[in-house]
Ligand binder design. Structure first.
Ligand code: ATP
Ligand code: MG
Length: 247
């Protein structure tokens, strides 16, 4: 899936940009590290944010791009909020961190989103002195190495596996060892955050608070747009339209 020439903006010698992606690679003598945090982000939560921040610090990344998946290949038979809603929440959650960027790169691509295609397109956009670091939960590492495109992913990016509480790293390590491809994986000890988007969705539908689990702006967005079966609660959500009318 080659990038069309008109999609690339050439800003200076060796510096290209497409849409909302950060500019990196300007100085050919410097090696830059671009973190990519992929996910459904339905909704984004503090687990994603802490993992990305830790990767930024531990691996000396220059910036982390959060890319909500367009139509995630592995969630085709599940109900997922619109790309617009997931992108908006991701933008709100990352807006106060100077080295986090939310990107529409995958949301704006029609069809099913494959990580290998995304990485290949990024590889085509950035100069060779920009290394790609794909950040995922360590649980996802074991799956990725078995994907159809595993060889391409191994070639294109370093993997960063954020460990989730209760997760046995041995499964990921066995999968890496058993793979015919040379994966470069760094495991990160992320402070215990046993939270997931499914857990947050469940809490919203039961009328429970999301405070301290995701930034308040995301909670506000969820309530304002009635996502995840929002119910009237003492935390301020409203059912029905802006005037309290029910449809
Ligand atoms: P769901 O419960 O719907 O599966 P999720 O919380 O796993 O959602 P995703 O958007 O599917 O969120 O995850 C994006 C990436 O973030 C995945 O690689 C996932 O493993 C990782 N991740 C999710 N939650 C955490 C967490 N608490 N700590 C570290 N990594 C996480
Ligand atoms: Mg998940």
């Amino acid at each position: 899936m080659a990038l069309q020439e008109h999609e690339i903006e050439r800003l200076a010698e060796g510096v290209v940009r497409r849409g909302d992606l950060p500019l990196l690679g300007r100085d050919p003598k410097v090696t830059y590290r671009l973190g990519i945090m992929g996910g459904t982000f339905d909704p984004i939560h503090n687990g994603h944010l802490v993992a990305a921040e830790q990767a930024f610090d531990d691996l000396g990344l220059d910036v982390v791009v959060f890319m909500p998946a367009g139509r995630p290949a592995f969630k085709l038979n599940k109900k997922v909020s619109s790309g617009e809603d997931r992108y908006a929440m991701t933008l709100l959650a990352t807006s106060d961190n100077p080295h986090f960027v939310a990107s529409r790169f995958e949301v704006d691509r029609p069809g099913v989103t494959y990580t290998a295609d995304t990485l290949e397109m990024l590889r085509g956009i950035y100069a060779d002195n920009v290394e790609l670091y794909f950040i995922t939960g360590a649980d996802a590492i074991a799956d990725i190495v078995r994907w159809r495109d595993a060889g391409r992913i191994a070639r294109l990016a370093h993997l960063v596996g954020a460990t989730r509480p209760g997760y046995d790293l041995a499964r990921a390590e066995r999968a890496i060892e058993g793979s015919p491809y040379q994966f470069d994986v760094t495991y990160l000890e992320v402070p215990a955050l046993a939270i997931s988007s499914s857990y947050l969705r469940g809490r919203v539908s039961r009328g429970q608070s999301l405070r301290y689990l995701t930034p308040d702006a995301v909670t506000g967005y969820i309530h304002k747009h009635n996502l995840y079966g929002v119910r009237q609660t003492r935390y301020g959500s409203v059912e029905g339209d802006a005037y309290g009318r029910r449809s």
